[in-house]
Design a protein around this ligand. Sequence first.
Ligand code: S3P
Length: 170
Amino acid sequence: MLNELKHQPIFLVGFMGSGKTHWGRQWAGYLHRKFIDLDQLIESIEQLQVGQIFEKNGETWFREKEAITLRSVIDENNILVACGGGTPCFHDNMDFMNETGFTIFLDAAPKFLLANIMRDSFERPLLKNMSEAEMLFFIEKKLVERNVFYSQAKLTMNAEELNEESIKKL
Ligand code: S3P
């Protein structure tokens, strides 16, 4: 099915820890698309890590930069973009992605997200200095807010069931 999208961009959305970067990179390879990780692109433009950008300029600045960067990537054809967890929830980004491309929501339960987040080594500014219990509470609360945006994706997939075979079937 994804092969039929021609050159339309594909956008992966979902909460932190849902596997957007991991699966996105594999998917892009399988579909012969260029893989773009939005956070990594912002980091390379700013020459700072996302955590440092939050510290230096604040979240509002980061969200503006994120929206601008998102709009700039679609100049390229045949891309698969892994968004940041908050991307769809600011600056009408979800509408923009739905208008210009094909959106896929990687859906997962809070405990699955937490386990993945704990396994990652990179810093997530929104979760800084939180205990495991606080993180779980935060994820549960934020998911309720964010599902309003995530659920507007054209396709929802269960992130907990993704594997190398299942992504090839799309
Ligand atoms: C964020 C998620 C992060 C990154 C930033 C904010 C969020 O991306 O964009 O730390 O608001 O959920 P990942 O989902 O790739 O961790």
